[in-house]
Design a protein around this ligand. Structure first.
Ligand code: FES
Length: 482
């Protein structure tokens, strides 16, 4: 896609490119090169960061970094950008009718979803989705938290403003917001310092209420409480949506949210344990040479056909990169064809797995996948090792991942029933919105049932993590559900 951009009084070229959809993975902090765009016409000066991230030839060919781009005159830029798949939710939930409109918000690190709901009928009147504009300052929570340390409050103002615009002007009786611990702190204007250093224990994890005048929103709002550490109200809402806290069966259920910061929750009406595990960004395409998010041009699935690899590309055009679900598939197919060993080693001489023209996985990419997969699987094994009834997969990645591939590489147990539950954060927030008289009691009950575990403090974690890095479906075979 070509974009023609003109200098504007209060918007840099970088701001205009971000508004057009270009992602800034590191916010310009570490010269990651993930925001490359090509200048076709006009002049975008080369900065020191660009020299750090780009080769001489790339610069000669017109490549620049969008995050530090500026221009004094008109420029035409080629941006191979994409529209992200944003997961909403329309499952029917119990309702306690009352007059007026309300809203449930899933404030994700990458995407935002706002649902405006008729409180009398439970009908979803309107859904708004958008990229989280904080991504202008870094793709992952750690770079956002670091930015907030340097510019306190700015990311909070940005997100409150963006969500306010998505809510519109129609009066709302109340708004419930769910998000991870970093989003909670940034939105609520809390000190993020405890989240940036061990033991990552913040004293301000509770719910926060705001009057509509505090936010400039069309109604009062509450940011729902976190469960502990990096387990936020998105997972609390996941518990509500999957009714984990009400499950009376003999064995507990597990809720698994696979992402940059993966979370595992195991529980029933008898008790709930939760933990987060820093999986790294591989499942979102980060730190993978050809990695990208699941949007147009991404290889999102790979199959073995006639002894070779066949890739599906979102949007149907040429492949530009590979997203997390494609990466898991590619590793599973590589194992099946003997191109990758269980220890992650690529078997061919050049140590590369070619998927499409210009889309290649290297040994380093497979190692990143192993790190991410190992952290997630170790968390699951440590919390769910006593046996669980079923595994609910939350979030976009859980929704799009091919289960057979995830089982083949040992990210999911081979024989455990797995149920994708979609955007459980949004569904849980809407469920709580529609149950005003029981909401407080249910939140208190979940808080009383829940125990947060710091996996990194467990002496077994490193050992199990190393073991679970193997790309093997046998990772979980000694566990009770198998
Ligand atoms: S260099 Fe990382 S976002 Fe631009």
């Amino acid at each position: 896609m070509k974009l023609e951009l003109h200098p504007r009084a209060h918007q840099t070229l970088a701001d205009q490119l971000f508004a057009a959809g270009v992602e800034f993975p590191c916010g310009g902090e570490s010269a990651c090169g993930g925001c490359k765009v090509r200048v076709l016409e006009g002049d975008v000066p080369v900065t020191g960061t660009m020299r750090d991230a780009l080769g001489e030839k790339e610069i000669r060919d017109g490549w620049r970094l969008a995050c530090c781009a500026s221009a004094a005159e008109r420029v035409v830029v080629e941006v191979e950008q994409w529209s992200l798949r944003v997961l909403s939710d329309d499952a029917s939930v119990p309702i306690e009718p009352r007059a007026g409109l309300g809203a449930a918000i899933d404030l994700g690190t990458t995407t935002l979803v706002v649902q405006v709901v008729d409180l009398a009928t439970g009908e979803v009147e309107r859904v708004e989705t958008a990229l989280n504009p904080q991504a202008r300052y870094g793709a992952d929570v750690m770079s956002r938290l670091q930015y907030d340390l340097r510019q306190p409050g700015e990311l909070g103002r940005i997100i409150r403003g963006a969500l306010g615009r998505m809510l519109g002007s129609q009066p709302l009786r109340e708004v419930l917001v769910a998000g991870n611990t970093a989003m909670h702190h940034l939105f609520c204007g809390l000190d993020v310092t405890p989240l940036t250093r061990a033991p990552f224990a913040s004293p301000t994890l509770g719910s926060y209420r705001f009057e509509s005048s505090d936010l400039g929103w069309p109604g009062p709002a509450e940011f729902l409480p976190c469960l502990g550490g990096f387990v936020g109200s998105d997972l609390l809402c996941g518990i509500v949506a999957t009714r984990l806290d009400e499950a009376e069966q003999t064995r507990p259920c597990a809720l698994f949210d696979i992402g940059t910061n993966g979370e595992v929750i195991v529980g029933s009406a008898q008790g709930i344990v939760c933990a987060s595990t820093a999986a790294g960004p591989a499942f979102e395409g980060g730190r993978i040479g050809a990695g990208m998010r699941a949007g147009t041009g991404a290889i999102d699935s790979v199959h073995v056909r006639r002894g070779g690899l066949e890739c599906h590309v979102i949007g149907g055009g040429a492949a530009r990169g590979i997203c997390g679900s494609g990466l898991v598939d590619a590793a599973a197919c590589g194992l099946e064809l003997g191109l990758i060993r269980a220890n992650g080693r690529l078997t061919n001489a050049d140590k590369r797995l070619t998927l499409a023209d210009g889309v290649v996985l290297t040994q380093g990419d497979i190692r990143e996948l192993q790190l991410a997969k190992g952290a997630m699987a170790a968390g699951l094994r440590m919390l769910a090792g006593g046996g669980v009834e079923k595994l609910c997969l939350a979030g976009a990645f859980g929704n799009y991942i091919r289960q057979a591939s995830a089982r083949a590489i040992g990210l999911l147990p081979a024989s455990l029933p797995v149920e994708p539950v979609g955007n459980s954060a949004l569904r849980g927030a809407r469920t709580l919105l529609l149950a005003p008289s029981t909401r407080g009691a249910r939140l208190r009950k979940i808080a009383a049932l829940s125990r947060h575990i710091e996996l990194a403090n467990d002496p077994d974690f490193q050992y199990i993590f190393a073991e679970m890095m193997a790309l093997a479906g046998s990772n979980f075979t000694d566990m009770k559900w198998v």
